[in-house]
Every structure is written in C-alpha cells, then in structure tokens.
Design a protein around this ligand. Structure first.
Ligand SMILES: Nc1ncnc2c1ncn2[C@@H]1O[C@H](COP(=O)(O)OP(=O)(O)OP(=O)(O)O)[C@@H](O)[C@H]1O
Ligand code: SF4
Ligand SMILES: [Mg+2]
Length: 324
C-alpha cells in the first residue's frame, strides 16, 4: 500500500482566547502531536467530542491552519519543502467538503456555475467547463434539469451533492470530509454516505473523514482514530475498534450508541461520561482523560501515557487498557 497523506507529530497551537498567567500569552493546544497515515483508496475517520481538535487537524493538512510543529507529507512529498507554486498545484489534489452546504455555496450562483468555479479559476475553456460540469452532475446523481437552479431551490442532500461535485471538479486524490452529513436528515445521511463510498470505488479516492457520530464512522471508515484533547487515544481498523475498544474513552463513546448485537444478548451497559473536555488552554500533565476516566489510578495523573501498539494494527494511549 502507498501512503497518500501522512501527518507526523502534528501540532497546532492557536494564540489563546482568554487570559493567561502573568504576561504569558495563553495557547490553545488544539492539536498536540497527531500522527496518522492514509493509504491510497483508504478512509480514515477522526472521531471525538466537540473541541477535541478534529477540524484543526483537517485544516492543517489543507493549509488552512498554521502548523506549530510536525510534518505533513502528501504522496511522499514534505509540504514544508515545496515552493508556493508547488503547494498550490498540490492542493488541487486535496479538496474539502464541509458540514454546511448552505455556507459553502454562493446563493447567487446556479448549480452549474458553482460546480464550474474551480475549473474557471484554473483557466479551463468554456466548452471544456460545460462538458465537465455535465459529467460531474451525473457522477453525483444530480439531474441535468437542476443545472440552472440556485442552491436555496434544492434540498439539503442535493446541495451537498453540488458541494461534492465541485470538490471533485479538478480530480483530487484526497477529500477531507469535515462532518459532511451532520447537517442532513438521517434519511438523507445514508444516501450521501453511499454516494461517497461509490465515488471512492469509481475514482480511487482517499478520505479523511471527520465526525462526532460513531454510527456514521462505522458505515464508512476502514480505520478510525479516536481523538481526545488534541491527541489520538486509540487507533485501529474500524470493525476491530468497535468490537473490542481498548481505551476507556472509546468504550464510553461506543457504549452510548445503539448496538443491536449487544441489545439482543441483553447486555447493553452505558458508561456515562462525567464532566466536560478539559480546556486545551491548560491540558493536564498526566493522562488527558484522567479527570473523566472510570479506571483512573494515581499513576495516571503523574505522566502522560504514550500511544503504544497493544495488538496487531492497534494503538492505544492508556496505562491500563482493556486487552483484546
Ligand atoms: N482559529 C482559531 N483560533 C483560536 N482557537 C481556535 C481556532 N479554531 C479552533 N480553535 C480552538 O481549538 C480547539 C479545537 O477546535 P476544533 O474546531 O479543531 O475542534 P473540533 O473537534 O473540530 O470540534 P467540533 O466537533 O465542534 O467541530 C477548540 O478549543 C477551539 O476553540
Ligand atoms: S491512563 Fe489511566 S486515566 Fe488515562 S485512560 Fe488509561 S486508565 Fe484512564
Ligand atoms: Mg469541527
């Protein structure tokens, strides 16, 4: 397998919102040492609660968030060593689909013009643009008679299809999907997820799929990274992590979603997560999850557990993980 995107110990520390101690400038440690790899044709999901750093990770890969430390490789090329022009060329290969298609689309542009925008910016001729727009609309399941509609005349699902068509216009290899179905009705969510899966098969796409919804992740991802307070606490093949979570945080998240297999056996125990995510302005010195962990012991507050391999293809950041 070939690595398409590789993040190595990525850190994004935002100049903090709020007051620091004395003269110190407060720093929000949004992403605090994330390493992950996406192979060609693979979907890797990043899941976790609001504020844990999912979008900042995706935005850093896209060049939309400033990198404090660490490296990003795309197709084996270190992004920090590229010229501005080389980066611009490379970013054609990396596109993004955000949560809210209403915000992503200019209400004055028709469907055809919205999809054509990146092609026009890249200097395509009018004839080539028209042909490509027809192709893209068919690819994402939009009818030709929707060409001249405005976004507000479309349903939420159709609008997100327009956003996906526009993201695919320049034939990217990686699409960063940041909560792409969270704003949609549940009945429409599965249609868009199935569209993303079909597009992946047909076009050989890779996805970094950001979501807080584990049911969605189970449907779409090959591998899952569970994020907590700026770091990955568990990573592994989706089916294995869902069947046998090793980190107490993953266990708590999974216990909150319906599991028909467990309900049938009459053993659905919910682990309630107490309290909120600690502030990324002042992350704990020890285990980031210690303040909410039902298994926490004194040692957990003294030092930070490393992300360690605990089984084949499974990484866990915990001193006392469940065995698989
Ligand atoms: N531009 C910014 N400037 C300062 N702090 C920021 C900025 N963007 C995000 N943050 C902070 O970084 C942390 C991580 O935010 P991020 O948006 O990456 O989380 P998230 O996991 O995507 O959350 P959500 O599920 O709500 O989208 C949060 O504490 C947030 O307030
Ligand atoms: S290291 Fe300790 S506090 Fe952290 S997740 Fe493991 S048991 Fe819980
Ligand atoms: Mg986000």
């Amino acid at each position: 397998m070939t690595a398409l995107l590789e993040l190595q110990d990525l850190k994004v520390h935002w100049p903090g919102r709020g007051a620091g101690w004395g003269n110190a400038v407060p720093v929000t440690r949004a992403v605090d040492g994330v390493s992950l790899t996406i192979q060609v044709g693979e979907t890797v999901a990043v899941v976790g609660e609001s504020g844990c750093g999912k979008s900042t990770t995706g935005n850093a890969a896209l060049g939309l968030a400033p990198i404090t430390d660490g490296k990003i490789f795309f197709d084996g090329r270190d992004l920090s060593l590229l010229s501005k022009q080389e980066r611009r060329d490379l970013w054609q290969e990396m596109q993004v689909v955000f949560q809210d298609p209403v915000a992503a689309l200019n209400p004055r542009l028709t469907v055809a013009r919205a999809i054509a925008e990146p092609l026009v910016i890249h200097g395509w001729s009018a004839a080539h643009v028209a042909k490509r727009v027809d192709e893209l609309m068919a690819l994402v399941g939009l009818n030709a008679d929707q060409r001249d509609r405005r976004p507000m005349a479309l349903s939420g699902g159709q609008r997100q299809r327009v956003v996906i068509a526009r993201a695919l216009a320049l034939s990217p290899r990686l699409v960063i999907c940041d909560e792409p179905v969270s704003a949609l009705d549940v009945s429409i969510q599965s249609q868009i997820l199935n569209l993303l899966l079909r597009l992946q098969r047909e076009l050989g796409l890779s996805y970094l799929f950001i979501s807080h919804d584990l049911s969605v992740v189970r449907h779409i991802a090959d591998r899952v990274c569970v994020m907590y307070l700026g770091v990955i606490v568990e990573e592994g093949p989706t089916a294995e992590v869902f069947a046998r979570p090793q980190h107490p945080y993953t266990q708590a998240l999974l216990s909150a979603i319906p599991r028909p297999d467990i309900v049938r056996r009459g053993r659905k125990e919910r682990i309630l997560l107490q309290g909120d995510l600690p502030s990324p302005l002042a992350p704990p010195k020890g285990c980031p999850f210690a303040s909410r962990c039902i298994k926490a012991q004194a040692a957990c507050n003294r030092s930070r557990p490393p992300l360690e391999q605990r089984a084949a293809h499974r990484l866990v950041r915990c001193f006392y993980p469940n065995s698989v």
